[in-house]
Design a binder for this molecule. Structure first.
Ligand code: NAI
Length: 799
């Protein structure tokens, strides 16, 4: 038989990986694990264990401790105690520990890969060639950041003790994504692995022992969702980092609302995989295999919605079916297996239920006739076509090897379909035209866009979502910021709001002003400002605004729910501003500053009635300078290009978040408004602002400035009234993408609690006092960071 004939007829034979070393490791631990706390193994304080099993066989692998609140408390105490020593080490010393972790992971890479496959069911090819090498790469990369920390992040410090909760789909990789940046920035951690897949986290704990990582820097407590809940509820945690379902992300957001814990959430997705008619279809089909069948589709960024240009749909479906016929489903330790086992019975049932529901809603289900294992938890690769965009299988995360296919005609229809989801984690765009690909990539609301490639990840490049896929990034410079806080902000004193003249009974008026107090004030009709127009409030009511000495200064409209809704609608429709160039935005901001400068005296005189002449003068002077600062930044707050170890460039683009609702600081009516609203619009957001409660009349001065400065209508909208009522509507509004609140601690907590619906990003002063007059050097970047989200667009090059 010739080589060619052999090549054509050759079939796969089994190529099993030898699991003996991993099994010996389990046996060495008597197949029973406690928690790893303060550098040593501890049995659970409440003696309870559960099984971890191999999903490909159903066989039990070992007993795992069920962590209780007592175990969590012990682990948090250990992390807290370890913190001062860990932070006292030089950056170089911490870098060496991270480097040692990377080296040790490499030395044990095969055992870790086998253990991962045993515990999770993923093909050994994936754990060996993707998961574990990326884990090592993550620790190497972050060893570098540990070394460079002081010079790259001056004026920042670690959050402190970090609680980390990870899922089961990439157990060790998610651990690395969490622990490496936390340690590099000087935090100590308590990590809870997923209940289905704790083994590699426990093997990692042993690696921490092997490299003599100081005790208490890394603590691992195993258990289920209750253990996670106890970690989130612990009062001595400074930051929570979570990856998992949107539902649990929402619960964590709620549970942490009244604390000052920093929170990052990496949640689910329903990512579009868009193929244009000019794409290299064979490459696109290979990409799709990776996009949806990698890790059995149990991937948060899985390309689970196939959007095909109508002209190629039939041809593409035929190619996909051909390829599906060659996929091999089976024992994941076999090196020639493409699709391994589903993590657990509950997941398998969930996948089947969703597929059935999709079919009931009109989808056509196709599965290849390929051999399926007779035992274990397996689901065949599945294609659902004729899927309606509103069907459950087009909207809900299935987290299984199921592709939902739809068609589109034009690029703009593709973008519309792609964005027709509450999620925004990732997207793939396949087209040979760089213009089309980048044009579409720029319009997709997702944290990662892969152009002509799929599922590329690297430690240098941030990963994370838009909208209900969560916020915060993991990887790269942007990921480090999640574990750092500006020192000036972290240690700012508590804010003590001043009593409101409008809520106070009129005060005793001094003799000297009694006369003027009795004369009616000049009637300044202040209105709301919506869509570039002055508007009367829906309620038809006004609020009295009084000077510090009790004089009536004027009346401000009492805005209500409806006014906020109108303002949000105007902000969303104001597309001219987000589309304008950074240069144009800078010019408009300079023009606002110029007009403020010309009107400085009259504005300061009016403001002085409430805050006194000295503060009023300082507010105007500082506001002009602040606007100049953000005008300067408008065309300089740029993205960057990452160089991951592949043949591609990754464009990290700074994008505006969308529409931001801002409850402006009370204490500095003009300067507080300028210091918060201007950075938001400098980078292309539109705003609904609620001006200071002590002097809402500033609204009239502000809209006159905006009207005379070429700011497009709807870019900034202002609604005066009772902030607590307006905050509720802003927080609950699904078309508000982010909420900024600068107020006392209870108001900040309310904002976080009320806004969990669409998981909008919330940025508050955490009830702290911000010195608007003497900002810290890093504060403008701090505001700009919160006004933007990074989209990483991966663009390969070469043949
Ligand atoms: P899950 O979100 O319940 O679990 C993720 C982690 O959170 C686990 O460590 C779990 O123990 C912990 N946890 C659960 N409840 C908690 C609570 N109340 N407080 C704190 N921690 C808690 O995910 P699950 O149930 O394993 O999977 C359900 C669905 O979630 C999947 O079908 C998939 O759609 C999605 N998912 C998304 C992931 C992602 O990477 N975005 C990863 C895993 C699941």
């Amino acid at each position: 038989m010739s080589i060619v004939e052999k090549f054509v007829t050759m079939d796969y034979g089994p190529a099993p990986e030898d699991p003996r070393e991993a099994v010996a490791w389990l046996d060495k631990h008597n197949r029973r694990f406690g928690h790893f706390i303060n550098g040593a193994w501890h049995p659970p304080l409440v003696a309870k264990y559960f099984d971890t099993t191999d999903p490909s066989t159903g066989e039990k692998l070992s007993d795992i401790a069920q962590g209780s609140a007592l175990d969590i408390d012990a682990a948090v105490k250990s992390a807290r105690t370890a913190l001062p020593h860990w932070q006292s080490l030089t950056p170089h010393t911490r870098a060496r520990y991270l480097y040692a972790l990377a080296r040790q992971i490499q030395k044990h890479s095969r055992r870790l890969a086998v253990l991962e496959t045993l515990d999770n069911g993923k093909p050994i090819r994936e754990s060996r060639d993707i998961d574990i090498p990326l884990v090592a790469r993550h620790f190497y990369h972050h060893a570098g950041w540990a070394q460079l920390l002081p010079q790259e992040f001056p004026g920042h410090e670690a959050c402190g003790v970090v609680g980390q909760i990870i899922p089961w789909n990439f157990p060790l990789l998610m651990l690395a994504w969490k622990i490496a940046p936390a340690l590099a920035t000087g935090n100590t951690v308590v990590l809870k692995p997923a209940e289905f897949t704790p083994l590699t986290a426990l093997a990692f704990a042993e690696i921490c022992q092997e490299i003599d990582l100081p005790a208490g820097v890394v603590n691992i407590v195993t258990g289920d969702g209750h253990t996670g809940e106890a970690l989130v509820a612990h009062p001595d945690i400074d930051k929570i980092a979570f990856t998992g379902s949107t539902e649990v992300g929402r619960a964590i957001r709620k549970a942490t609302a009244s604390s000052h814990q920093k929170l990052s959430l990496e949640l689910g997705g329903k990512s579009p995989f868009i193929i244009f008619e000019d794409a290299d279809l064979d490459s696109a089909v290979e990409g799709l295999v990776d996009g949806i069948w990698f890790n059995q589709g149990q991937v948060c960024c899985a390309g689970s919605r196939l959007l095909m240009q109508e002209s190629i749909a039939d041809q593409l479906i035929a190619k996909i079916c051909d390829r599906m016929n060659t996929l091999r489903v089976g024992p994941p330790l076999d090196k020639s297996i493409d699709i391994g086992a589903i993590i657990a019975r509950v997941q398998l049932d969930r996948i089947q239920r969703l597929v059935d529901q999709g079919v009931a809603e009109g989808a056509t289900c196709w599965q290849p006739s390929i051999p399926m294992p007779s035992r274990g938890l397996y689901f065949p690769p599945t294609l659902l076509s004729n899927v309606h965009p509103t069907s459950i299988v087009a909207q809900q995360e299935i987290f299984g090897p199921v592709l939902a296919a739809m068609t589109f005609r034009t690029p703009s229809e593709a973008v519309e379909l792609a964005n027709n989801t509450a999620y925004g984690l990732a997207a793939c765009v396949w087209s040979e035209s760089i213009n089309v690909s980048l044009h579409v990539a720029s319009q997709i609301k997702a944290g990662v866009v892969w152009v002509n490639c799929t599922n590329l990840f690297d430690a240098s490049t941030g990963f994370g979502g838009y909208r209900e896929s969560g916020y915060g990034r993991e990887g790269g410079r942007e990921g480090l910021l999640e574990y750092l806080e500006p020192t000036w902000f972290k240690h700012a004193p508590q804010l003590h709001p001043r009593p409101l003249a409008i809520d106070q009974p009129p005060q005793q008026i001094p003799e000297s002003v009694a006369d003027s107090a009795n004369t009616p004030p000049i009637d300044r009709t202040v209105k709301l400002f919506i869509a570039g127009k002055q508007a009367r409030p829906d309620s038809g009511y006004s609020l009295e605004v009084r000077a510090a000495d009790g004089r009536l200064l004027g009346e401000a409209p009492l805005g209500n729910r409806k006014d906020i809704r109108n303002a949000v609608e105007a902000a969303r429709k104001a597309t001219a501003w987000p589309k304008s160039t950074a240069h144009t935005r800078a010019q408009v901001l300079y023009y606002i500053a110029e007009n403020l400068s010309q009107r400085r005296e009259e504005i300061a005189t009016r403001l002085s009635d409430v805050v006194g002449q000295q503060q009023a003068d300082s507010e105007v002077t500082a506001s002009i300078e602040r606007i100049f600062t953000y005008a300067a930044w408008a065309d300089k707050y740029e993205g960057t290009i990452h160089n991951p170890p592949f043949r591609n460039v990754t464009l990290a683009m700074q994008e505006p978040i969308g529409t931001i609702g801002i409850l402006c600081p009370q204490e500095a009516p003009l300067l507080g408004f300028i210091s918060t609203v201007i950075p938001a619009i400098a980078v292309g957001n539109t705003v609904v602002g609620v001006p200071s409660e002590i002097y809402p009349l500033i609204t009239a001065d502000l809209y006159q400035l905006f009207e005379s400065s070429d700011l497009p209508p709807g870019t900034v909208n202002m609604v005066t009234g009772r902030p607590s009522e307006l905050l509720k509507t802003l927080a609950e509004h699904d078309d508000v993408d982010a909420l900024w609140v600068f107020a006392d601690a209870p108001t900040c907590a309310t904002a976080k609690t009320l806004s969990i619906g669409n998981l909008k990003q919330v940025f508050t002063n955490e009830g702290r006092s911000i010195d608007w007059f003497n900002p810290a050097p890093s504060s403008d970047r701090f505001f700009l960071q919160h006004a933007t989200q990074i989209k990483n667009i991966w663009v390969p090059y070469g043949e």
